[in-house]
Design a protein around this ligand. Structure first.
Ligand SMILES: [Cu+2]
Length: 66
């Protein structure tokens, strides 16, 4: 299952890396990507993973999920 999120606040490759790590730390997430250019993140995850769980993890890291 693929989940896309609109993420605001990334300013450099480090931010993309941080979001990738945060998403990968959520149980059930198999792969994750983040792009500051397209202001988005996408994950490939088990069906049990909720979009809201991913959004919360990103917010905790200090970024906005739209
Ligand atoms: Cu940064």
């Amino acid at each position: 299952m693929k989940i896309e999120l609109a993420v605001d606040g990334m300013t450099c490759p480090g931010c993309e890396q941080t979001i990738r790590k945060v998403l990968l730390s959520v149980p059930g997430v198999k792969s994750a990507n983040a792009s500051r250019v397209s202001k988005s993140a996408s994950v490939e995850a088990d069906a049990a993973v909720k979009k809201e769980t991913l959004a919360l993890a990103i917010r905790k890291a200090g970024y906005k999920v739209l």
